[in-house]
Write a protein that binds this ligand. Structure first.
Ligand code: AHR
Length: 845
């Protein structure tokens, strides 16, 4: 519908438009079937709006067509002086200024005025581009003029497809007339903008589009908290029939549910990575967080001396220097908890600066000064040496908070770095926190995506995650600021991620940058924000090679590959058998992105054709510009993309009303990895709608290959994002959310074959029920999953599937506002199933 209207409108207009000279693009068509529209921006944060002239001759605003996507949220994303041209091919072109200090302006393209191609930010020599205007030439290209801060005028030539922008050297002599705009009074305010005549058909299409979005928003506002009113008349029990059609089956993905791990909200350092010493590398700095320094989380009875002259490793230049009777304390991640008999493993690198024999007293010290565990290290020789010490807490000690204390006992200077304390017991002995790793393993994830999220593409080009900087000895890993405003030691690096996947039987799914940083990056030193133009093209071959090296590191033979040898030296001679790689994370699908992404994926597919490559389609679902352009890009390159990564965080109402989201997806194109999704609450209501969505994902498991709820972990007091699946503090898991239980049920009871079924119930109640039948062809087990998101009990008759009395049933129910759910294991009583209000059930057959 949208496309055909668009084509009609474009064809009609293409016939009426022509090449333009340096005068504003405004033509009078003068026919009854046309109407006047006006595009303008009511305010720099309001984006581009459209108004039309009503029969009463006043301008009526329709809504926002697009908004600035330049650089950071909050301080940036502003649109100054938008200028629109209706091109000779019927398409629309937009320019605007982004601020008065960046060396760029914004450019966008649209076929229908409604969906705009994600913006490009062409770079120019001048900082602070004001009032860009443009004119189309006879050959289809565009002449762009802008004013610089010093008042000089400049000229940029743009290709007809609006992808290449070339600034001409020197100022331009273009006259003031070029900046003429139209004016219109909208909502009582005089606005400057561009006015056009369009076929009425086109305006109707735009208005219908906005009306459809409004309707969708209205539906998405629905919440179960209003159900008493909404369903006042349905009574305490509703009846429904589920007809299962065993003859109608299809293969579905056996990797449908996995986990998304991102170092966000202290998920890695201070979280899953069991290291108890904070800032063990003395590398904290204001780049991580304002106010942080090399001594953050350290305390001492004297001023702490930090040096860099003889570093343990150039990757970690800072270390502390202790003199006799100095005591250096580490406070851990807000604290370190020790209980009687608990065992820890301490390690440290020490350089004995004076060369004299020395001793280092290592202790865990309670608040009252009592050492609850202690030991001494003999420090001998010169140069950096690693020392280890087991510490066991005194059986008479009380459970409580302790600090780690280091005290040199003799005269002389001791340089210390990589000060580390691990609990003796970690998950499979591999350095991960046991309770958290076990909770993740209990989800039975078929894959683990890492290391993020935004963390993968980073805060600006210099913060892009380079996997090769996260393997090898700790001291040779390069620490980095985390885009979520803290520090990454990289103790949890690619080796540990791969090992964790192996430990829990999940496929590794590394997701790395597509040669561009996060589109929301702040401006760099040069004042260039957002994707910052991407990694310069001349450095892209090296970046592609870096990603090829990852595949070699993970899968290569140590006998022939130096990268594989690194893996073997770290303790894993056998290949990790990497099968998937993600390129890009919800990037703006700009020209800079597309060029780089294609280059990377081509390099991977040429060298490793069997590796499944997953692209990205931006941060929102249909009809967001990145989604539209991302899918277009992926479908244009089916040989490069096996899947694309979709993301959406939505209201519970959105999920209720979009259970058919994937039902009509093209089965011939790349598949879907729903890499980040969640509904926006930590309550039982979310668990219910997510369970319904998982039924829909299973039904579409032939096109949706993978999915992962996000984010996974959040440390109490350090939340960058809510909701999350698992909350924890230093000592324990504080919440396995209702959403966790939904994910666990679907991860545990999964299949590789979908059995069709049909639910019969009063049509107005249908959107509050979901059912899915899957079979595991390896075990022969069938699972029936049911969701009753109604405030009434559901009595369900199941036809076509035998449900013997006694079949195991697992699930939960409760009030929609509950923040915890109690999982119940019961037995079915036969083919007539009774589900309480707001219930999730899985029946094993
Ligand atoms: O999951 C949290 C963040 O959400 C991810 O880092 C990013 O990809 C998305 O915007």
């Amino acid at each position: 519908m949208k496309k055909s209207l668009l084509l009609l409108a474009a064809a009609a207009l293409a016939a009426q438009t022509r090449a333009q000279q340096p005068v504003p693009a405004y033509q009078i068509i003068g026919r009854d079937t046309t109407c006047q529209i006006f595009v303008y921006s009511p305010g720099e944060k309001d984006g581009l709006h459209l108004a039309y002239l009503t029969d009463n001759d006043h301008w009526q605003d329709v809504g926002q067509l697009c908004a600035s996507d330049y650089a950071e949220w909050g301080s940036e994303k502003r649109m100054h002086h938008p200028y629109v041209v209706h091109a000779s091919d019927g398409t629309w072109r937009l320019l605007f200024g982004v601020n008065d200090y960046s060396p760029c302006f914004a450019a966008a393209y649209s076929e229908d005025l409604v969906t705009w191609r994600p913006q490009d930010y062409p770079r120019v020599a001048e900082k602070g581009v004001a009032e860009p205007v443009m004119f189309q030439m006879d050959d289809g290209t565009f002449d762009i003029y802008f004013k610089a801060k010093d008042g000089t005028r400049h000229y940029v030539q743009a290709s007809e497809d609006f992808r290449k922008f070339t600034e001409q050297p020197g100022p331009s002599t273009i006259e003031d007339m070029a900046w003429m705009r139209d004016t219109a009074t909208v909502g009582g305010r005089v606005q400057q903008g561009n006015q056009f005549d369009v076929p009425k058909l086109h305006l109707d299409y735009i208005r219908q589009y906005f009306a459809a979005i409004d309707r969708d928003n209205e539906l998405s506002r629905e919440t179960m908290r209003d159900d008493a009113r909404r369903f006042a008349r349905i009574g305490n029990n509703v009846e429904a029939t589920l007809t299962v059609k065993p003859a109608q089956t299809k293969r579905i993905s056996d990797k449908l549910l996995g986990v998304f791990f991102e170092d966000i909200s202290y998920a890695a350092d201070g979280g899953l990575y069991a290291e108890l010493v904070q800032n063990r590398d003395f590398e904290y700095s204001p780049a991580d967080r304002r106010g942080w320094t090399a001594t953050t989380a350290w305390q001492s009875n004297r001023e702490i001396r930090i040096a860099t002259d003889v570093p343990l490793s150039t990757a970690n230049p800072h270390y502390a220097v202790l003199a006799a009777r100095d005591t250096l304390y580490n406070i851990g991640w807000d604290s370190i908890t020790a209980a009687p008999q608990s065992a820890f493993d301490f390690s440290v690198y020490v350089r004995n600066e004076s060369g004299l024999r020395n001793q280092l007293l290592v202790a865990l010290v309670a608040a009252d000064g009592t050492a609850v565990a202690k030991g001494k290290l003999k420090i001998e020789g010169q140069g950096w040496n690693r020392y280890t010490l087991p510490l066991v807490v005194d059986r008479k000690a009380l459970k409580g908070r302790v600090r780690l204390a280091l005290t040199p006992l003799k005269e002389g200077q001791l340089a210390v770095d990589m000060v580390s304390l691990f609990p003796r017991e970690t998950f499979r002995g591999h350095g991960l926190r046991k309770d958290l790793a076990e909770a993740i393993a209990a989800l039975h994830p078929k894959f683990v995506r890492f290391p993020g999220g935004c963390m993968s593409h980073g805060q600006g080009i210099d913060n892009i995650y380079h996997w090769n900087q996260t393997v090898g000895p700790w001291q040779d890993r390069t620490p980095a600021p985390n885009i979520w405003n803290y520090h990454q030691t990289r103790g949890l690096g690619f080796y540990e991620y791969f090992q964790f996947c192996e430990d829990i039987g999940a496929e590794p799914l590394p997701v790395l940058a597509a040669g561009v940083p996060c589109q929301n990056s702040r401006c760099n030193a040069d004042g260039y924000g957002g994707q910052q133009g991407g990694i310069p093209m001349d450095q892209m071959p090296a970046y592609c090679q870096e990603l090829l090296n990852l595949i070699e590191w993970a899968n290569g033979d140590p006998a022939t590959s130096s990268w594989a040898r690194l893996r073997a030296e770290a303790g894993h001679p056998a290949p990790f058998n990497l099968k998937y790689i993600g390129i890009g994370n919800e990037d703006i699908i700009s020209t800079a992105f597309e060029e780089r992404c294609e280059m990377i994926c081509r390099a991977i597919k040429e060298r490793y054709p069997h590796i499944k490559v997953c692209g990205t389609v931006g941060p929102f679902h249909d009809p967001s510009p990145d989604y539209v352009e991302g899918w277009k890009f992926a479908k244009a390159h089916p040989q490069l993309f096996d899947m694309v990564d979709e993301h959406y965080y939505e209201s519970t109402g959105w999920f209720m009303h979009h259970q058919d989201y994937y039902d009509h997806y093209d089965r011939t194109g790349p598949q879907v990895y729903l890499g980040e999704w969640a509904s926006r609450s930590t309550t039982h209501e979310s668990a219910l709608v997510e369970a319904m969505h998982l039924c829909a994902l299973e039904r579409n498991g032939d096109v949706v290959a993978m999915s992962s709820y996000a984010p996974l972990l959040c440390k109490e007091g350090h939340a960058n994002w809510n909701p999350d699946m698992i909350y924890f503090n230093n000592d324990t898991i504080t919440a396995l959310t209702p959403s966790y239980e939904t994910q666990r049920l679907w991860g545990t009871y999964c299949g590789d074959e979908y059995v069709a079924s049909e639910l019969a119930i009063a049509p107005e109640l249908r959107y509050r029920l979901a059912a899915s039948v899957v079979r595991n062809t390896a075990t022969g087990k069938t699972y029936l999953k049911l969701v009753n998101a109604l405030p009434s009990q559901l009595t369900l008759t199941v036809d076509g599937l035998s449900i013997p009395a006694g079949a195991p049933v697992e699930g939960f129910h409760g009030q929609v506002t509950d923040r915890r759910v109690r999982v119940e294991r019961t037995a079915a009583e036969g083919p007539r199933l009774v589900l309480p209000p707001y219930a999730v059930r899985v029946i094993e057959l």
